[in-house]
Design a protein around this ligand. Sequence first.
Ligand SMILES: Nc1nc2c(ncn2[C@@H]2O[C@H](COP(=O)(O)OP(=O)(O)OP(=O)(O)O)[C@@H](O)[C@H]2O)c(=O)[nH]1
Ligand SMILES: [Mg+2]
Length: 380
Amino acid sequence: MGCKTHSFLILFARPLTLFITFGVKADMDFKITPVLNAEQLLDKAFGRASKKTKRGNTPIERKKKTVSAKLNSIAHTIEDTIGRYEDEFPTLEALPEFYREIIDITIGLDDFKRSIGAINWAKRRVKRTMMEAAREVVSEDDLDEIERIRRKAYARTDSFLKQVNGELKFLEAARKKLNSLPDIRTEEPTVVVAGYPNVGKSELVSKISSGKPKIATYPFTTKEVGIGHFYLGYQKCQLLDTPGMLDRPKEERNEIELQAVKAIESLADVIVFLYDPTETCGYPMEKQEKLCQEIKEDMSEIGLIEVENKMDIQESETDRLKISALKEDNLEELKEKIKSILNKRYPVEDIEDDDLEFFTEADEAPSRPFPEFGGEDKEF
Ligand SMILES: Nc1nc2c(ncn2[C@@H]2O[C@H](COP(=O)(O)OP(=O)(O)OP(=O)(O)O)[C@@H](O)[C@H]2O)c(=O)[nH]1
Ligand SMILES: [Mg+2]
């Protein structure tokens, strides 16, 4: 939170133009190499080893050198390949809480840790087996015996890797999931759009942004947290489109809903809670109100804006802000509310609300006057 406040101090310490622009969902760049399964790893290691041949003055010398080279090659291939996986998968402890939670929901932290441990075990066992076999080969002068040592070492490698085949496959699935996570920066000011399924969350995100989340007439269209961006002056902020949630106990929430909850809990500075009072979404207002109430109680410290959508069909009697995401009615009022909550959460002297203005396109952003302290470069 300190980090966020810092960003805003810099942000609001300058005359500002507030503008909003949303990008499409970007991938978090973990750069993990595809994880081979046991069969593929063995093919790779044995295939490379099969190309190793050495010369010698006698058949026995030739055999000894060749087998040693093969054993060495296998040890290196397995060590390098598995070692790369260990290096490339993120160290969970170093990840922001949101990512740890999302990985726990989508992959399972314990299974992940166990799989990394298992492939490390296999790597070490293969290496030791190869070293022991190579030592035996050195002191062996019988051709058949050397071949027997080689076969035994190969068989053990085969067995070790097959023992962790499940973990290798699990890690490949985890890699795919990690690569599809949205590129969320936990230090950036964040607005989360939440609500029941089909109320128009993605429509809203698409209308106040250049992002194009999937919009459909059926519920549960959005399956994971999507990200767009807006700028407060030159400061990049995030707008998260979340999957629809039903009001039900946390234990009964599915993986998709849990992602929405985590996005709110660990990232949101402002929640835009979207209602559909026309109930064309398929859910009664009573239930939608109950969900909002729950969010309010659980996350009372987060700024909340309650908004009723689809005013082009029907308007209710309540005094909540009414918009039509579809027809783009009253979106300016909503932006003003977002702006004013962010401004209140990060109050800075000398800046009047009137200095803040929304834009919808990134190329209208003013350029950054100076780099943000401690922050990495962002594209402007
Ligand atoms: N008439 C009208 N229809 C709207 C409005 N906003 C959204 N819709 C429609 O409502 C349907 C659902 O919109 P989405 O944006 O996909 O809803 P969502 O809340 O993201 O739904 P999930 O991702 O499934 O949770 C679509 O057919 C939209 O076109 C609006 O202001 N007026
Ligand atoms: Mg959606």
